[in-house]
Write a protein that binds this ligand. Structure first.
Ligand SMILES: C[S@@+](CC[C@H](N)C(=O)[O-])C[C@H]1O[C@@H](n2cnc3c(N)ncnc32)[C@H](O)[C@@H]1O
Length: 221
């Protein structure tokens, strides 16, 4: 029986009941397989840029006896036509790559589509890209696996293009839960380390001032 990690479980939980899913960078196709097994969806496109992961995906589908998943060799969504897709999931990649995949997609500016995005790095870059390009984060949650925290975002196209603050780019919308508080504490600690390093080595007072300003913003965020 398929058992997902906390990160993948949280990511999968953002997919709508009855969705037709495009899982980009599917690797073993664990998410489509899990969602079909649990009767959340009945149809998915499992996409990957490499043959090896698609072979892994085929093995999962065969061993779990799952129908309804089409395997597509594709860089992002380039070889994937929109057809009946309702939810696009991109997990386990860097924020810059996720942004590039959305930017290269010629059918993604659609207000009906749900995007479930789980960046492993550069979440701040991804948030800035999304808002600059008319996308909006509807909700965000954090999964913990040991010491590691993973952000999952539900995103829709809104056509409203805007710049966001550095604090919002780093943390997303403020929340009351413990995971958010932990993420905020870690971000502040990281920035203080950067500032201390600069204080020792740099004469760029303006850069140090900017970081201190951001730390103060985050402390009351
Ligand atoms: C680290 S795995 C993540 C697998 C799974 N989505 C997860 O979250 O555990 C990244 C996968 O993305 C695929 N990948 C990398 N760049 C890609 C791209 N431009 N388009 C599609 N797939 C890509 C890799 O081949 C690999 O299978």
């Amino acid at each position: 029986m398929l058992k997902l990690s906390e990160r993948l479980l949280l990511t999968a939980s953002f997919v709508r009941q009855g969705a037709v899913l495009a899982d980009v960078g599917t690797d073993h196709a664990y998410i489509p397989a899990f969602l079909i097994k649990n009767a959340v969806i009945s149809k998915a496109y499992a996409c990957d840029i490499n043959e090896g992961p698609l072979q892994n995906a085929a093995k999962t589908l065969e061993s779990e006896n799952i129908d309804g998943v089409s395997l597509i060799l594709s860089d992002g969504l380039k070889n994937v036509s929109k057809s009946d897709i309702s939810d696009v999931l991109i997990a386990g990649m860097g924020g810059e790559l996720i942004a590039r995949i959305i930017s290269d997609c010629d059918w993604c500016e659609d207000k009906q589509l749900n995007f479930i995005l789980q960046p492993m790095t550069k979440a701040d870059y991804l948030r800035k890209f999304l808002y600059k390009n008319g996308y909006e984060i509807i909700k965000e949650s954090i999964a913990a696996e040991g010491e590691k925290l993973y952000t999952v975002m539900l995103v829709r196209y809104s056509a409203v293009k805007q710049d966001i603050s550095e604090a919002f780019a780093l943390l997303g919308a403020p929340a009351e839960d413990d995971m958010f508080k932990l993420k905020k504490e870690r971000e502040i600690k990281r920035l203080k380390k950067v500032r201390d390093g600069l204080l020792m080595s740099s004469t760029n007072k303006e850069e140090i001032k900017q970081i201190e300003l951001l730390i103060s913003e985050l402390e009351v965020y």
